[in-house]
Design a protein around this ligand. Structure first.
Ligand code: SF4
Ligand code: SF4
Length: 435
């Protein structure tokens, strides 16, 4: 695609990167075919190619965003299905991130929008805030009809109660053989995940410790920063990124880290991008690159580094039919798709493919809160595709998808790490107790 940035504009590092990306696009439109919002809405501007043109126009012409541009960019899920399809290797992820930052700097959203986005930014990125709001939401639930639709939907989405943790909060979880661990990894325990589904981190820690791996949860790291990053709030996101990078890098230098484990694929995608985000920051670029290089999804880490001790089940043990939902951030963002399936198959169960598995379930970070109608439609489609194959349970590697899919079906859904933990000597996950 021809571009017309001036020399002055190209002195800005973000313009320079976006120009390179834009030049790769040959406007073939292949990406539209796998874009969930284009499939649903059928508008060119609700597909990747149209959005690329909108962003190009804003950046090249130094245009502030307007209501129309914001509408179409906001409808993008950041699912990156278009990146998997694109034959020219267009990095849509970096381009839309730049577009979102530009919108945040040049467009004043209506008061209601600003309020909700700021509210989500404050509440979801801090576990303590999320817990407090969750408790308050229980009290206002009976009166939710008095609130505007978006707030009502948010109240509906808050969990009824927060499950109790079974593992104490610690900075270091020792390996089975305390004196001779085979590796030492840091675990990102996440912001929302550790409040609503602590069993996922617990299964991950147990599983790693049982295979003689020491797990560190450094103090001070909660959110990975992707929530604010995707809301276009780059200052807030960068503050979190900087803090996380310093903490992890210090831990790496002082005590050694073989990997930084993410068990939430949305967060893992952002961690792997820290190196790009700080590519021009002289103080941080080396550290950010190292953090990105160390980051592994739990499934990748297990596959590449651990000889898993699967426990043979006796002959009477059922063979389950498990649907694997490949989260967009996992399959399109991190390009990790086959590995979790391979691990689940090693448990001796049957893994079923979900039709149209490349399409988003509608969760997409805060998307199900901000774009409720599109998210609902995507969820309906996902549930219909899952129910067609009649699995006994569903598994995935992202808390957002777990929460979203659980809203639409009675089929139990759990994290892949919980299954691997169970089949290597951990407890049977509570959600499967009736199976
Ligand atoms: S598939 Fe790639 S090259 Fe073709 S229009 Fe989409 S982004 Fe551009
Ligand atoms: S990220 Fe997803 S929703 Fe956004 S343009 Fe690409 S395919 Fe469409």
């Amino acid at each position: 695609m021809e571009t017309h940035f001036s020399k002055e504009q190209l002195k800005n590092k973000d313009n320079k990167s976006s120009e390179k990306i834009l030049r790769k696009c040959v406007h073939c439109g292949f990406c539209n075919a796998t874009c969930p919002t284009y499939q649903l809405l059928g508008d060119e501007l609700d597909g990747p190619r149209g959005r690329i043109y909108l962003i190009k126009d804003m950046l090249e012409n130094n245009k502030p965003a307007n209501e129309k541009i914001v509408k179409h960019i906001d409808r993008c899920l950041s699912c990156y299905s278009c990146m998997t399809t694109c034959p020219s290797g267009v990095n849509y992820m970096h381009l839309i991130d730049h577009g979102r930052n530009h919108i945040e700097k040049t467009y004043k959203r209506p008061f209601g929008d600003r309020f909700i986005r700021n509210f989500l930014s404050i509440v979801l990125s801090e576990p303590i805030n999320f817990r407090i709001v969750g408790i308050l939401a229980q009290f206002v639930k009976p009166f939710r009809f008095i609130f505007p639709k978006k707030v009502r939907e948010m109240i509906n989405l808050m969990p009824g109660k927060f499950p109790k943790k079974t593992l104490a909060n610690m900075n270091v979880y020792l390996a089975k053989n305390k004196k001779k661990p085979v590796a030492r990894v840091a675990l990102l325990t996440g912001c929302v995940q550790k409040v609503i589904s602590p069993q996922i981190n617990e299964a991950t820690i147990r599983l790693l410790n049982r295979h003689n791996i020491e797990v560190v949860v450094p103090k001070g790291i909660n959110c990975c920063g992707s929530l604010n990053h995707h809301l276009g709030k780059s200052d807030l996101a960068n503050k979190t990124f900087r803090k996380n990078i310093s903490i992890w890098y210090n831990e790496y230098l002082k005590n050694g880290l073989d990997a930084i484990i993410s068990n939430t694929s949305g967060c893992g995608t952002t961690l792997k991008d820290y190196g790009f985000i700080f590519r021009s920051d002289e103080n941080l670029k080396k550290k950010a690159k190292k953090v990105s290089e160390l980051t592994k999804d739990i499934s990748e880490y297990l596959d590449e580094n651990v000889k898993l001790n699967f426990i043979k089940k006796n002959e009477n043990e059922k063979e389950y039919k498990i649907a694997y939902h490949s989260a967009c951030s996992m399959q399109h963002g991190q390009k990790v798709h086959e590995v979790p399936i391979k691990l689940i198959k090693k448990t001796g169960n049957k893994v079923l493919d979900i039709p149209d598995g490349h399409l988003c379930c509608g969760s997409a970070g805060t998307y199900n809160l901000l774009q409720n109608n599109i998210a609902k439609k995507l969820l309906e489609n996902k549930i219909s595709n899952i129910e067609k194959i009649k699995p006994q349970f569903i598994t995935t590697g992202n808390i957002g998808c777990i929460t979203q899919i659980a809203k639409g079906t009675k089929i139990p859904i759990l994290h892949t790490a919980e299954i691997i933990d169970w089949y290597t000597g951990g407890p049977k996950p509570k959600i499967l107790r009736k199976l």
